[in-house]
Design a protein around this ligand. Structure first.
Ligand code: NDP
Length: 253
């Protein structure tokens, strides 16, 4: 794995917490620090702490941190064109930024929450992919890793919009992989089950007790479990694509 990852430039969205952050550490670890990471999210202070820690642990690593709110679509192209030249030759895009807001019946879902979920989980992911795709096509190589969810396969009451966004990620990833079939550009979709991160705190808008209820009586996955799967997929031989992966905690029904 280390050899296949060596010197790659990896862009991760939503890298300030949860699965995105764990994926940054997993890439660093699997490559023994011989890698360049572009870590993006809205909270730059969190990214700064991660960068400082990564550099301390892996002296050879190169880390560029930058604010990117993927829901602000007009900022995506300028973000890509203004990357420092050392980080501009992207090899791997991890479209991880995403969120659920609320767990309510359709009639009660707030319009601003609908917009935020689609802007982030779907339109941001599509726009960033479209922006980086010409670069991948020009060198006929690159990996696109999209975070889907069990929610995109097995929708549940109270999750209409979030589930719809993840179904959209699934269809988009599927078609993109088919369109790129005669190229060396891979599209990997990773669909986690329950993972204990800030995800539920965001979903219940800071209500920690409701968030904790999600995981009560279960042993959920942790972010590192999904990060391992992402890095495993990216570090396969070029002729192999792990197109879709459903990852559950052993005890999740
Ligand atoms: P977290 O809430 O722990 O992390 C989400 C990350 O996304 C944060 O780094 C956050 O950073 C970032 N983010 C949110 N909105 C934006 C935005 N508009 N622009 C840029 N970054 C943004 O959640 P997870 O790590 O659990 O979730 C990661 C992905 O995994 C999501 O796509 C989620 O849907 C998916 N997933 C999660 C599951 C779970 O059970 N946890 C299950 C299945 C899928 P910041 O606030 O700094 O911008």
């Amino acid at each position: 794995a280390a050899q296949r990852l060596a010197n790659k430039t990896i862009l991760i969205t939503g890298a300030s917490a949860g699965i995105g952050k764990a994926t940054a550490y997993e890439f660093a670890d699997a490559s023994h620090g011989e890698i360049k990471l572009i870590l993006t999210a809205r909270r730059l202070d969190k990214l700064q702490l991660i960068k400082d820690d990564l550099i301390k642990t892996y002296p050879a690593i190169k880390v560029h941190i930058v604010t990117l709110d993927v829901s602000k679509l007009s900022t995506i192209a300028p973000f890509v064109t203004s990357l420092p030249s050392e980080f501009s030759d992207i090899d791997v895009l991890v479209n991880n930024a995403g969120l659920a807001l609320g767990r309510d019946p359709v009639g009660d879902i707030l319009p601003q929450d609908i917009e935020q979920m689609f802007q982030t989980n779907v339109f941001g992911l599509i726009t960033l992919t479209q922006t980086i795709l010409p670069h991948f096509k020009s060198k006929n190589s690159g990996d696109i890793v999209n975070l889907g969810s069990i929610a995109g396969r097995d929708p549940y009451p109270g999750g209409a919009i979030y589930c719809a966004t993840k179904s959209a990620v699934k269809s988009f990833s599927h078609v993109l992989r088919k369109e790129l079939i005669n190229t060396k550009i891979r599209v990997l979709e990773v669909d986690p089950g329950n993972v204990e991160t800030e995800f539920s705190i965001t979903r219940f808008k800071g209500d920690v007790s409701k968030a904790n209820d999600v995981y009560k009586g279960t042993e959920p996955l942790i972010a590192e479990d999904i990060a391992e799967i992402i890095v495993f997929g990216v570090s396969r031989n070029q002729n192999t694509v792990i197109a879709e992966t459903l990852v559950f905690a052993t005890n999740q029904a």
